[in-house]
Design a protein around this ligand. Structure first.
Ligand code: SAM
Length: 271
């Protein structure tokens, strides 16, 4: 990592494996952050050498997340957020966007990367009126996530579940659907689901770069077809414009021209 580089004689923080690239750190590299190690930069550069568009995907995806949270806090009146697969702190973290609009918002972050845990204090800088907490848990364990989230959130009240670039880490689409069903099943009517993930069937070069990445030793990330991503919203009411390239989800006047990119997302309300 730039700040914590493993120079001779200097060990990485405990529990952090700097010999294998990791998605949170590579993602942080593409987003222009500082929290990554040489192994992540090499993996990130190998990826962009094949598919430079990943940087647009990473940044477009964060902008989609910000627009989703803004809608949820400003227009839908949501005051509770469960953000699974949080990633390293970046610009416009979920609690910052939500609490700028409604200072009493409560946010639970969940990730299983020790480096994200090491940086969790940056995610816990809540307003005095609101609250943030961090759970070290695997997305494959929704029951554990829900039990721990209940310490901070009142799960009998509408809550937004944020799954931004995390379900690709679940190998099987059926299993991803089951995780979404279990998490959304525990939330009341009026709750929301926000999902965005890398999509298959749009750009063969992206798929080639992703296949090579998945063979690099990093935790694999599986691209899904737009239909598969859309199926994650089954049983929920998708808001307009549905599941679209993230750049085309309610772009702002100041947003870059909404090009078609292989990253699809949507926002839906539980009826
Ligand atoms: C590509 S990053 C996305 C970060 C952020 N949500 C965003 O969209 O900008 C994927 C995140 O998922 C986390 N992750 C990967 N596998 C996970 C798992 N099985 N359980 C929980 N988190 C996981 C990684 O540590 C990383 O922080």
């Amino acid at each position: 990592m730039n700040d914590h580089a493993t120079s001779p004689g200097q060990a990485a923080p405990q529990g952090i494996d700097t010999s294998v690239p990791h998605s949170a750190r590579i993602w942080n590299y593409w987003l222009g952050g500082k929290d990554h190690y040489p192994v992540d930069e090499q993996a990130g550069d190998a990826y962009t050498a094949v598919f430079p568009g990943i940087v647009t995907i990473a940044r477009g995806s964060r902008a989609f997340l910000r627009r989703n949270i803004t809608y949820l806090a400003a227009e839908a009146g949501i005051r509770q957020f469960l953000d699974v697969g949080t990633g390293l702190p970046s610009a416009d973290n979920t609690h910052e966007v939500a609490q700028r609009i409604a200072s009493g918002s409560r946010i639970v972050y969940v990730d299983n990367d020790p480096l994200v845990l090491a940086h969790a204090r940056d995610l816990l800088s809540s307003t005095p009126q609101g609250a943030t907490s961090y759970i070290d848990a695997d997305v494959h364990a929704p029951d554990r996530i829900l039990a721990a989230a209940a310490d901070t959130l009142d799960l009998s009240r509408p809550t937004a579940l944020i799954l931004s670039n995390i379900l690709g880490h679940v190998a099987d689409t059926g299993q991803a659907r089951s995780i979404v069903d279990q998490l959304m099943g525990a939330l009341p009517s009026g709750s929301y689901l926000s999902v965005n993930d890398g999509s298959r069937g749009i750009d063969p070069i992206f798929e080639q770069a992703q296949d090579a990445y998945n063979e690099s030793g990093a935790v694999p990330y599986n691209l899904r077809t737009v239909d598969e991503i859309t199926s994650l919203f089954d049983g929920l009411d998708l808001l307009e414009p549905g599941v679209v390239p993230v750049t085309q989800w309610r772009p702002e006047a100041t947003s870059p021209a909404p090009e078609v990119i292989a990253e699809h997302g949507g926002l839906a309300r539980k009826p």
